[in-house]
Design a protein around this ligand. Structure first.
Ligand SMILES: [Zn+2]
Length: 196
């Protein structure tokens, strides 16, 4: 498989999803506990062509994926530009050079891409994706896009690839709702106190 450099938004999204599967974020419950969960993760967040899922189905590299989560999380937690560039460059080491691949959207046009070296594992593939995602975001959007989740009770983190750059939560549907529910309860409690 190859990772196109202009797919950095997708790649950064995979990095965000990956770091938010840990026991730290889910309070002791690992969301990537085994290879079946890893296959499901790649089916959900993969490249569309199924190349990532295929690598996950080869059933090796789970420990390396767990180690990768820690590395990527450390980069998001310390978003110094040089640190991000150095760390993400190391993550791209499973690439074998740089190439051009056909652009599916435009006949006779090409895209810059990094091909994965032969014999690479799912951990190598995810490492390359995270590396390109981080480098693409630093290059295009800046290092202020690497942030902890804004929900006070959440230990998640994310890379914000939205155009305005005002994303607040690691899992917007979940963490945003937690805040809304908490605010709603606080308002109800305040109303009860007022009316007593
Ligand atoms: Zn969160």
């Amino acid at each position: 498989m190859q990772v196109a450099f202009d797919d950095y938004v997708w790649a950064a999204g995979v990095a965000t999803e990956l770091v938010n599967t840990t026991t730290e974020v889910w309070r002791g419950d690992d969301h990537l506990p085994d290879l079946a969960a890893l296959v499901a993760f790649t089916d959900l967040h993969g490249d569309g062509a199924g190349a990532l899922s295929e690598l996950a189905r080869r059933a090796r590299g789970l420990h390396a994926v767990h180690a990768l989560r820690t590395t990527v999380r450390d980069l998001i937690d310390h978003p110094d530009r040089d640190h991000l560039i150095t760390g993400a460059t190391t993550l791209t080491s499973p690439a074998q050079g740089t190439t051009l691949i056909p652009d599916p959207g435009h006949e006779n046009r090409t895209r810059w891409a990094a091909p994965l070296r032969d014999g690479a594992t799912i951990a190598d593939a995810l490492s390359l994706i995270c590396g390109i995602g981080i480098l693409g975001v630093v290059h295009t959007l800046g290092e202020q896009r690497f942030r902890p989740c804004g929900a006070p009770t959440c230990r998640g983190a994310f890379i914000d690839t939205t155009r305005p750059g005002r994303r607040r939560y690691c899992m917007p549907g979940l963490c945003g709702n937690r805040i809304n529910v908490a605010n709603h309860r606080a308002r109800q409690a305040a109303t009860r106190i007022d009316s007593e």
